[in-house]
Design a protein. Sequence first.
Length: 347
Amino acid sequence: MGAPDVPFLAAARGEPAAHTPVWFMRQAGRSLPEYRAVRGEGSILHAIKQPELAAEITLQPWRRHGVDAAVLYSDIVVPAHAVGFGIDVAPGTGPVAEQPFRSAGDLDRLRPLEPGDIGYVTDTVALVAAELPAHVPVLAFAGAPFTVASYLVEGRPSRDYVHTKALIHGEPTLWRALMERLADSAVAFISAQLGAGARAFQLFDSWAGALSPADYAEFVLPYSRHVFGRLAELHPGVPGIHYGVACDHLLELMHAAGPQVIGLDWRTSIAAARQRLGADVAVQGNLDPALVLAGADVALAGARRVLADNAGHPAHIFNLGHGVNPQTDPGVLTEVTALVHELTGRS
């Protein structure tokens, strides 16, 4: 099936499709009662290691909402966990490392990621790809080197990233060694998912917005660029999305990393992004997830504004500007999906 018959892939490539494709970051998860019914207790990393369970969770949003892509149910710290760094995801807190990355000796805990480390991930992708119709691709993902590094260095979610910034400026050689290792890990992680049946990917640099443009350009951009460049060599024609939160000041730099699609949070308008990056740039976004919490009428009005902002451009993947809030009424997301499909349907 060619890209024009797969709305998600067509939009990523700027080609007309039957309708504007829709998916939602964190669409698989706590907002769905069917998720809560099967998820079980404990760390998300335990659930991810059960391919049949992880596949079921990945498929649930597609069954309920009719979205145009199924993003793998996984976590950005899976590669570091899989090689034995010593990191887990604590319910209600997020990624936690009892022994954070602070010295050159800690590189030994980040050996290269091998396919055998993540067999459960590729098994999940294969199960999902076999279940989905040809027009709905599996979307692979990984954490970008900076965001993963920030979790490893801080040891837990952070508001100020003081340890990370201290490492960047105090030991730049060690920082670069860490980033090189994490960039290679991201390539290996995404490449394995693509090899198992995923047809596009997203690189999440969720916390890059904490950096100045100068620091991003010197200490982050080369490694994100390596991820996109290497994946383009290994998987020609497979579109990649680059996304971060509160990254308006980094928009040009993140685009320079080489993604086919730039993800926008709700702070940057689609029209403004195209003025800055080029009239034909492919974008993803960007309904404020808080509007979904306000109910269907507010969410649908917001979705109409996003579509008006895009002005009918084919290079648009509709999404939220951040992840689905756990308190979200799933029915509202279903209505948003249907509205986008209805308003953008093309004969």
